[in-house]
Write a protein that binds this ligand. Structure first.
Ligand code: ADE
Ligand code: ZN
Ligand code: ZN
Length: 275
């Protein structure tokens, strides 16, 4: 009787838990982007990030970059801020057509970043750091609304059921079985001054346009620009081998650009107050 009761309680708990959040760049993707950015910041800039977050160190900053996906679970109206979709056949993002009225991933960085300095807002910092990551994930900028950015494009990867969006959020990264800090350290070390110059400048909208070109490449769509009617995919190591280099450079670009944004908004400040 007691055991049955406990089992019933367990079932109730299991079905009433909120669904797992969509993991934009997966958890590790966001951690890696932010760890790379941290490595590129100057000591005073790091001190300000720590002061704004009220938490110390690279790991704490990396974890803060996941918050926007947590928040999305409780505040569903912020969902469209994490991505932008274009109509089939369009190969440019047009903000008036494609961006939701409250914003999308191509515009939200411009909205949030100035608030880092003007109000030292923890949420502005966490949103900025997260959305710079999202806009470098091809299925976030830009997918198609009819397949929810690849979420409805189903198939198998390494023998497991998944979808195209998930492959890019976390599937390929997880398939490497490398701890995120190892990937972050490696990618961070390999960024050259030339990369910093090449990836510097431009606007978030231009970065999103460049990400869209990747999303529509045959590389992502396993041979063609993917469509909803492409039969279920069955992909394995060759897909990861082809696309992981893109995943890695996209995370490097995101980290480098996030560092530039933070430097830009935190530059010229004296060290933060100590308390
Ligand atoms: N829902 C609809 N489109 C989406 C996208 N591109 N990314 C994540 N979630 C979505
Ligand atoms: Zn997101
Ligand atoms: Zn996602």
């Amino acid at each position: 009787m007691t055991r049955l009761f406990l089992f019933a309680l367990f079932l109730l708990a299991a079905v009433s838990l909120p669904p797992r959040p969509a993991r934009a760049w997966g958890y590790d993707g966001h951690r890696i982007v932010c760890a790379i950015a941290w490595d590129l910041l100057k000591p005073t800039e790091r001190a300000w990030v720590e002061w704004i977050l009220d938490a110390k160190g690279r790991d704490a900053f990396a974890e803060s970059c996941l918050w926007a996906d947590e928040f999305r679970r409780w505040s569903v109206e912020t969902g469209p801020l994490h991505y932008v979709n274009v109509p089939r056949g369009a190969n440019r993002i047009e903000l008036a057509r494609d961006c939701a009225p409250m914003g999308c991933v191509a515009t939200e960085v411009l909205n949030q970043a100035p608030r880092i300095r003007s109000t030292y807002s923890r949420d502005a910092l966490r949103f900025t750091a997260h959305f710079v990551g999202d806009m470098h994930q091809p299925l976030h900028a830009a997918g198609y609304a009819d397949d929810q950015g690849g979420n409805l494009v189903k198939g198998k990867f390494m023998g497991l059921d998944t979808n195209l969006h998930g492959l890019w959020d976390y599937g390929m990264l997880e398939s490497t079985r490398r701890p995120w800090r190892e990937i972050a350290d490696d990618l961070s070390k390999k960024i050259t001054q030339g990369d910093r110059w090449a990836w510097g400048g431009g606007t978030p909208i231009e970065w999103a346009q460049a990400t869209l070109a990747i999303a529509q490449s045959p590389m992502v769509g396993y041979g063609t620009t993917y469509t909803l009617t492409t039969p279920p995919f069955d992909l394995g190591q060759p897909y990861a081998d082809t696309n992981l280099p893109t995943v890695y450079t996209q995370m490097q670009k995101a980290g480098s650009r996030l560092a530039d944004i933070l430097s830009n908004f935190l530059q010229g400040l004296p060290p933060p107050p100590t308390n």
